[in-house]
Design a protein around this ligand. Structure first.
Ligand SMILES: [Zn+2]
Length: 291
């Protein structure tokens, strides 16, 4: 099956800016076994494709990263028939060459979160999905190909450290992340990417670079107010770049991915618990993930 409806999760920056671009919008208020998603899902068309959009932080940015209902968001998109998810989020750069306003098509994550449930199956079964390649290769290729048609600098790969927050890193932590070989620091890609994998959906992340993380000392004489204004300006510019990129991806004739993708078969060998030991009612609630 081709992607009949493409899921888009907008983070800081993209939230309402993308909804304004959708045509023929309808709002779906969806319930899931994990509660309500961050917002009712906006369904509409963009570049002729059907889109299901969720603003990750909710209206008015009400959910801090720890409290985003990641499971409900992914479950809701799956329930709507979404097979590919393009997510976005603001990040700090850990590399001089990845500049504010740039976009990065992330290929790896380091999960440092500690307070989020990272599986749909915590009360059902032991389910172990492969995560060596956490993003769909085909979906990433489609985004990288489309990036040739926009002006903004788009980096074709990058390792994203997901921290718990809500505070930003200390300088020692920032330097440690650099020593790990990471490129970006953010607070929201995890457990979202893991849950998309458990939901057998293709997932890719476009990161919007708002600033250099604190490893890089600021120019002398720049005060906090100036810095904040600069970060907001960078994020606004990166958001416009991300919208251009998403539109270019959707406008392309190339399929984003297809049902032969390993992302869409991720549960085939992942359930380790004996079928007889699984509580049938609980598993029935999760059948939507197996489709
Ligand atoms: Zn795929």
């Amino acid at each position: 099956m081709a992607d009949n409806i493409v899921g888009i999760i907008g983070g800081s920056g993209l939230g309402n800016a993308l909804v304004e671009q959708l045509k023929n919008v309808s709002i779906e208020d969806i319930d899931t076994p994990f509660g309500k998603p961050s917002v009712p899902v906006s369904i509409g068309t963009l570049q002729g494709r059907q889109i299901a959009f969720i603003n990750r932080h909710g209206n008015g940015h009400r959910f801090m990263p720890t409290n985003v209902p990641y499971r409900a968001n992914i479950y809701a998109l799956k329930k709507l028939g979404v097979t590919s998810v393009i997510a976005s989020g603001a990040v700090g750069s850990l590399k001089e060459a990845i500049r504010p306003k740039d976009l990065v098509v992330v290929d790896q994550f380091i999960d440092k979160t500690t307070q989020r449930t990272s599986t749909f199956f915590d009360s059902t079964a032991a389910v172990h999905c492969a995560m060596s390649e956490p993003c769909c290769g085909s979906l990433r290729d489609a985004i990288i190909a489309a990036s040739k048609n926009i002006q903004a600098t788009t980096h074709p790969d990058g390792t994203y450290v997901c921290m718990e927050g809500p505070q930003f890193s200390t300088r020692a932590e920032s330097l440690m992340h650099i020593a790990w070989g990471a490129d970006l620091i953010g607070m929201t890609a995890m457990p979202e990417a893991k849950l998309a994998r458990e939901a057998q959906m293709c997932y890719a992340m476009i990161s919007l670079v708002s600033d250099y993380d604190c490893w890089r000392k600021h120019e002398p004489g720049v005060d906090a107010q100036d810095l904040l204004a600069e970060i907001i300006g960078n994020l606004t510019a990166a958001t416009q770049n991300a919208i251009e990129l998403i539109k270019a991806v959707l406008a392309s004739d190339t399929p984003l991915c297809n049902d032969s993708c390993n992302c869409r078969k991720s549960l085939d060998l992942a359930v380790w618990t004996d079928k007889n030991a699984i509580h049938a009612d609980k598993m029935n609630q999760l059948q939507v993930l197996f489709k």
